[in-house]
Design a protein around this ligand. Sequence first.
Ligand SMILES: [Cu+2]
Length: 69
Amino acid sequence: MATTTYQVQGMTCGHCVSSVGAEVGAIAGVSDVQVDLASGRVTVTSESPLDTDTVRAAVDEAGYDLVGA
Ligand SMILES: [Cu+2]
């Protein structure tokens, strides 16, 4: 298992949290996504380490920016 925390910019409410959670959670191999709205931290648990670009694309799809990993 791999757990990585990413920094996401632009989330403002619970809807943002669920959008990011749904998109990132749909990445193959992801088993858990924890989103902390206050800090913008998104902690992703996956079977194997994820490609940052894949996570960035999912966050982008949800409408937000991945600013750090
Ligand atoms: Cu929102």
